[in-house]
Design a protein around this ligand. Structure first.
Ligand code: MN
Length: 128
């Protein structure tokens, strides 16, 4: 099933394009933010089904953004999946502690990626 809205938060143009193309090819509606502040604004405004969160962002990083979104009743139920730059020891723990619902390691496995996204979305609380 697709048609759900995914907000990609990514400051790297190449990664952003790759992820956008993959999601669009699988039928998702894609929105983008290139900064932490933009991510908060767009999540509140668009109420996406899932936010794909880059951890390393200029200014407010992805973990701080996640904490903020998860502490706000208006956005706390939105699934947030971190995109971690490399499978660094301790990274998984950090993103889960910040409130992320899960994580996907970069570089992205283009075959597995759409399946993972679909799985994460299927765990979301139903919208009224
Ligand atoms: Mn980045």
């Amino acid at each position: 099933m697709a048609g759900e809205t995914v907000l990609i938060v990514e400051d790297n143009a190449v990664n952003l394009e790759l992820v956008r193309d993959l999601l669009e090819a699988n039928g998702y509606c894609v929105q983008e933010a290139i900064s932490g502040e933009g991510a908060i604004e767009k999540t509140r405004l668009l109420q996406p089904d899932l936010v794909l969160m880059d951890v390393q962002l200029p200014g407010m990083d992805g973990l701080a953004v996640t904490r903020k979104l998860k502490s706000d009743p208006a956005t706390k139920d939105i699934i947030i999946v971190a995109l971690t730059a490399y499978a660094m020891r301790g990274d998984a723990e950090r993103v889960i502690q910040a409130g992320c619902d899960g994580y996907i390691s970069k570089p992205i496995d283009t075959r597995e990626f759409p399946k993972l996204i679909a799985q994460f979305i299927s765990t979301a609380p139903r919208k009224e």
